[in-house]
Design a protein around this ligand. Structure first.
Ligand SMILES: [Zn+2]
Length: 122
């Protein structure tokens, strides 16, 4: 168990935050911000949990299908293409980062960051 999960377990029981501990250690604005986030759960992050979240999401079918593909790590990135010998280059062609995996494509790539920032601004 890593330090990050140990610290989050100290601040919450499964499914709920320990508000008293949070208020003892952190300023109120930070605590209020934390309380807007759902607490860690042993089930969260598992493939089954992600699958259920993807199919519960009430939105367009094509986006729900894409979320399902992401949750099952089946989107075809350059890292996967290289592993399958479909390319010799695993780099991201948007920003030249050394490996283009799903997390890079959706979150860490500079192109993705621009899109996320535009969505947050609206
Ligand atoms: Zn990139």
């Amino acid at each position: 168990m890593g330090a990050k999960s140990q610290s989050s377990q100290q601040l919450c029981c499964p499914g709920e935050w320990d508000v008293d501990k949070l208020r003892r250690w952190l300023p109120d604005p930070v605590v209020n911000r934390i309380l807007t986030i759902s607490p860690p759960s042993p089930k969260k992050g598992t493939a089954d949990h992600l699958f259920k979240l993807a199919w519960k999401w009430n939105g367009p079918e094509r986006i729900r299908s894409f979320i399902w593909l992401v949750a099952h790590e089946t989107i075809l990135t350059n890292t996967k293409r290289k592993r399958r010998h479909l390319t010799i280059d695993a780099r991201c062609h948007q920003c030249n980062f050394v490996t283009e995996d799903a997390l890079h494509v959706l979150r860490n790539c500079s192109s993705a960051t621009i899109i996320w920032n535009l969505l947050q601004a609206n």
